[in-house]
Design a protein around this ligand. Structure first.
Ligand code: DON
Length: 308
């Protein structure tokens, strides 16, 4: 960590900056439970490799991590399958919306990357094949990433999404028609919706992503989660695909690997330095947190704590 920078002061200034911005965007009302969240919430939490953490605002309040979970399901599947995983899902930006069906036809059921819905559904299929009890074992995996034994799914949010998740049902069935889903689509989707419903605070999220800033090892005790090469690849995928058709904009403005979710959360990683989790529920038109992106852009510009 560059000690010349007073990052706590920068966080406070960036917080003031977003508090004074007009709050634009809308809640993710295509999942009815997410439309009930207080849209004025804002939290941010930074975890540094040297053990100095700092949080601000609603950083200790739980929210639905949604697509941020796709990094965690991918990490677990990558642990199990190793490089063979890339035979099932590609590593290219899609340039399309997160729930798009379009490129699946051209690419014969191989999703462009693991962070769009189609790719994450294939990753969930891999875990359903690999694990005896995927729901329980995935929850335990995330709990162990940062010693968070209290973490839970939100069954309300998962069943709310299931009640109207027609597009994901279409994606899963379409991929199955190409032979790239091994299991029963309803079993795969139940697991996918549940993984997306994980409830976490900014503090928990930034701590749990610590291994991606620490060459694949847990910060607290150095336990290996993935190899340093796998950690590099997961970060590269977040950099190029973490924000769907806004991944270029996130790299351009913020300059870090990151992943968003329609619950309004964003996790950003500065390898060998820090992780940052931000939460603001209103989304821009691409489905990414409007103020969350503004905050991180302001912070990395102010502090110069960016990989570029
Ligand atoms: O499948 C869905 O549509 C949601 N469970 C997750 C989408 C999401 O978080 C997109 N991210 N910004």
């Amino acid at each position: 960590m560059n000690r010349v920078v007073n990052y706590q002061q920068c966080i406070k200034e960036s917080y003031q900056y977003v508090k004074n911005l007009p709050s634009k965007g809308a809640l993710a009302d295509y999942i009815p439970e997410l439309a009930r969240v207080d849209d004025s919430k804002f939290g941010a939490y930074m975890t540094n490799l040297d053990g100095e953490d700092f949080g601000i605002g609603d950083d200790l309040e739980k929210f639905s991590i949604q697509s941020i979970s796709k990094v965690l399901t991918l990490t677990m599947a990558y642990q199990k399958l190793g490089e063979k995983i890339w035979e099932r899902v590609d590593v290219e930006p899609s340039g399309a919306k997160f729930d798009s069906l379009i490129l699946l036809d051209t690419n014969k059921g191989i999703p462009r990357n693991p962070f769009i819905n189609s790719g994450a559904i294939v990753v969930c299929d891999i875990l359903v094949s690999q694990l005896g009890d995927p729901k329980k074992e995935f929850l335990q995996f995330v709990r162990d990433l940062a010693d968070l034994p209290e973490l839970e799914y939100s069954k309300e949010i998962a069943s709310s999404e299931k009640s109207c998740g027609y597009r994901n049902v279409a994606l899963c069935n379409y991929i199955k028609s190409f032979g790239n889903i091994e299991n029963d689509p309803s079993e795969v989707l139940d697991f996918y919706f549940l993984a997306c419903s994980l409830m976490m605070t900014c503090q928990e999220l930034s701590q749990c992503f610590g291994f991606l800033a620490n060459r694949g090892r847990r910060i607290a005790d150095g336990k290996k989660i993935v190899s340093s090469s796998q950690s590099k690849r997961l970060n590269a995928l977040m950099m190029t695909c973490g924000f769907y058709d806004e991944s270029g904009e996130f790299a351009f403005g913020v300059g870090l690997p990151g992943k968003s979710g329609v619950g309004g959360g964003i996790v950003a990683v500065y390898p060998k330095n820090y992780t940052f989790a931000v939460w603001s529920p209103k989304l821009n038109l691409k489905g990414n947190s409007y103020l969350g992106m503004k905050f991180l852009e302001d912070f990395t510009t102010r502090s110069e704590l960016t990989i570029f």
